[in-house]
Design a protein around this ligand. Structure first.
Ligand code: COA
Length: 453
């Protein structure tokens, strides 16, 4: 694994250059996040005017720090950053995250070049500049000025947009989505998506990589790393700047080359990268991948207590390339045990509005056991004869028993929200609408197909 990136994600010591004495300032909030998220390594705040911040001893400059510095987070005005890089090089630091804005994104290319020249000379890899920081939940490293209580999980999220990245960190907390890492890449003056892919590919804590990108600097290198990565774990890309005006906005935002959108689409496909249409879809898919159950094929069984949602899901499956196949007779016989006369054992399996958690349990267990079934989509509509919480418990129970992928949709009122929260909490991919449950399942199938090419 890349040594410099090991220093980023698993540092034994972190210096915050520009740690501030004042709550609300970026340098203060990063220090607070680092301390309060539970980072266990050494923390060295660096500030010329302070002796202690948040109860931690401060150093007046980098060279005063007594021990070595694995990772430096730099949050001082841009023009003061390059000399700090030289000092860090003297300390033997291997990686720095440059929070400061005011480089190529505002046309100040010379300053950025100077920063990178000094970093290369000193053997330091740079993340940024113009970033909100880095988080890696396995080492409890939250060196960002984003939300603090990010849930640990299996999704590594790389973002070229700062504000969006911070907002999404907060949103993942509310949605109970777990993250292994968040990396704000900003101007990508040095470390880029390709470097990060090569690290996350080998990171056992990351099971799926989600990238929000506006453009890549070295397309060839990105594709090479992407191809190697998608052989072992999925990459989901949300690439903004599809339209001409969007492209122009992207290049003025982070100064990156946007390039023709069709070229991106074709290249992603070739490399086995899944391209999401929007944020919701990107995270929907990532949640399904986090469950780590992969289909052998595209034969799906839809199990529901609502005929209408069954039909809607069937339409979505057909559009997404999932086969709602006619179950073999032995499986139909099994399904019939869990429905009244007027139910349907033809796919979609309609347990009818009379179904309780018992019928869901029976039908779902039969489906996971049968070799003809590759994946299961469970759809529940709240009724007075069934308890959403019990339904969720059954879905979780079958999910725990299954090595086949299961996605679910639950539709209803307050109790359904509670039931869905329970499933999310337990890592079961559940969505508030059928199309999303289908789309997530189709993403799993597509990845399996592409990686075997
Ligand atoms: N070494 C160590 N500390 C230094 C220093 C140096 N060379 N130079 C200054 N400092 C200290 C300051 O004394 C100050 O401490 P204090 O608040 O206790 O007085 C602290 O570092 C910050 O410096 P200051 O000059 O007050 O800058 P600032 O906090 O107003 O702004 C940035 C610094 C980096 C936040 C700002 O320049 C910037 O780039 N903001 C945009 C960041 C951003 O949005 N990034 C992209 C997100 S996606």
């Amino acid at each position: 694994m890349n040594d410099a990136l090991n220093s980023v994600f698993r540092p034994k010591s972190v210096a915050i250059v520009g740690a501030s004495r004042f709550p609300g300032k970026i340098g203060y909030e990063i220090l607070r996040n680092l301390k309060e998220y539970g980072y266990k390594g050494k923390i060295y705040p660096v500030n010329p005017a302070a002796d202690k911040i948040l109860g931690i001893k401060c150093y007046h400059n980098v060279l005063e720090v007594p021990g070595s510095i694995d990772l430096a987070i730099i949050s001082i005005p841009a023009k003061f950053v390059p000399p700090v890089i030289d000092q860090l090089a003297e300390k033997g630091t291997k990686a720095a995250v440059v929070i400061s804005s005011g480089f190529s994104e505002v046309g100040n290319r010379e300053l950025e070049e100077d920063l990178i020249r000094r970093a290369r000379r000193g053997g330091i890899r740079i993340i940024g500049p113009n970033v909100f920081g880095v988080l890696y939940s396995p080492t409890r490293l939250n060196a960002t000025f984003g939300p603090r209580d990010v849930r640990p999980g299996k999704i590594a999220f790389i973002t070229q947009s700062g504000a969006l990245g911070i907002a999404l960190m907060g949103w993942t907390v509310t949605e109970k989505i777990g993250l292994s890492a968040v990396v704000s890449v900003g101007n990508k003056a040095d470390v880029d998506d390709a470097d990060l892919l090569s690290w996350f590919r080998e990171d056992e804590n990351t099971k799926v990589v989600l990238i929000y990108m506006e453009g890549v600097v070295d397309g060839r290198r990105f594709l090479k790393e992407a191809r190697l990565t998608t052989k072992v774990k999925p990459i989901i890309v949300l690439k903004a700047g599809r339209s001409k005006k969007g492209m122009a906005a992207a290049s003025s935002h982070t100064g990156s080359m946007a390039g023709a959108d069709v070229v991106y689409s074709a290249s992603f496909k070739q490399a086995g990268v899944l391209r999401a249409e929007n944020l919701e879809q990107a995270f929907d898919w990532a949640i399904a991948f986090s469950a780590e159950r992969f289909p052998k094929g595209n034969k799906v069984v839809i199990i529901t207590n609502g005929g209408g949602v069954g039909v809607m899901a069937t339409d979505s499956c057909e559009a997404a390339g999932l086969e709602v196949f006619d179950p073999p007779e032995d499986l139909k016989r099994e399904f019939k045990k869990y429905m009244p006369e007027f139910g349907s054992a033809k796919n979609p399996i309609d347990l009818t509005g009379m179904a309780t958690h018992e019928e869901f349990r029976g039908a779902m267990r039969s489906a996971i056991k049968h070799k003809a079934v590759d994946c299961i989509i469970a759809l529940y509509c709240e009724t007075a004869v069934s308890d959403p919480i019990k339904i969720a418990e059954v879905i979780k129970e079958v999910f725990d028993l299954s090595n086949k992928p299961i996605t679910a949709t639950m539709i209803g009122g307050e109790r359904v929200n509670e039931a869905m929260a329970f499933l999310k909490e337990n890592g079961v991919p559940v969505y508030p609408d059928t199309e999303r449950a289908v789309s997530a399942m189709a993403a799993l199938v597509r990845w399996m197909e592409r990686r075997s090419l």
